[in-house]
Design a protein around this ligand. Structure first.
Ligand SMILES: Cc1cn([C@H]2C[C@H](O)[C@@H](COP(=O)(O)OP(=O)(O)O[C@H]3O[C@H](C)C(=O)[C@H](O)[C@H]3O)O2)c(=O)[nH]c1=O
Length: 178
């Protein structure tokens, strides 16, 4: 996966295991700055998703509240997708999809200019989101997970979706979007 200024970066946690259990670093500003983390942590969120097949996304915040986020899977497994929505990008509307799981210790750094979503591959999924910009409801928007212009192949039938996520516009109808 390319370096952060060009797109999302998969981050591998290194567990320290001993007879007591496991210690894992979740976030290191110095290490992540080397792959494009832009600055101070503005907000940390946590979501729990009960059933496999549930889909959350595709979310992003419009400028000037565009955000980078580190998405960390701490329970279960997800198919995680980031869509390039940068106006000047040669890969605009392209996406990357990766599996994140607690067992594999994987996370993904998603830079500004990308919409984010995931599908739970197991029941009882928990994610931690570390954001470079605080939530701003007026500037938060999204894309349809099933937009033909994006062509995202989700591994499971979508069995759970919020009304808000089901109501995002498709790109053809929405025209240009930031
Ligand atoms: C992020 C956030 C949300 N909210 C409120 C807004 C909604 O009423 C409720 C649930 O938010 P939302 O439906 O956006 O939650 P998800 O659909 O799980 O969105 C999350 O998963 C997708 C994949 C992401 O990429 C988002 O960054 C992340 O927020 O919490 C707040 O009050 N403060 C906050 O900081």
């Amino acid at each position: 996966m390319p370096d952060c200024e060009n797109g999302p970066v998969l981050v591998q946690r290194k567990p320290f295991v001993d007879e007591r259990g496991v210690f894992t670093r979740i976030f290191c500003a110095e290490a992540l700055a080397e792959i494009g983390w832009p600055g101070p942590v503005a907000q940390i969120n946590h979501s729990r998703t009960s059933r496999a097949g549930t889909l959350r996304g595709m979310h992003y915040q419009r400028p000037p509240h565009a955000e980078a986020k580190l998405v960390v899977c701490i329970r279960g497994a997800v198919h995680d997708v980031a869509v390039d929505i940068r106006r000047d990008s040669p890969s605009r509307h392209a996406h990357v999809g990766v599996e994140l799981s607690a067992d594999a210790g994987t996370a993904i750094l998603i830079p500004e200019g990308f919409a984010h979503g995931f599908q739970a591959l197991t029941d009882d999924v928990e994610l931690i989101y570390i954001h470079s910009v605080a939530y701003n409801q007026q500037h938060e928007t999204g894309l349809r997970h099933d937009d033909p212009a994006l062509g995202i192949a989700w591994p499971l039938p979508v069995t759970g979706l919020s009304a808000r996520d089901a109501a995002h516009p498709v790109i053809a109808a929405a025209g240009q979007f930031s």
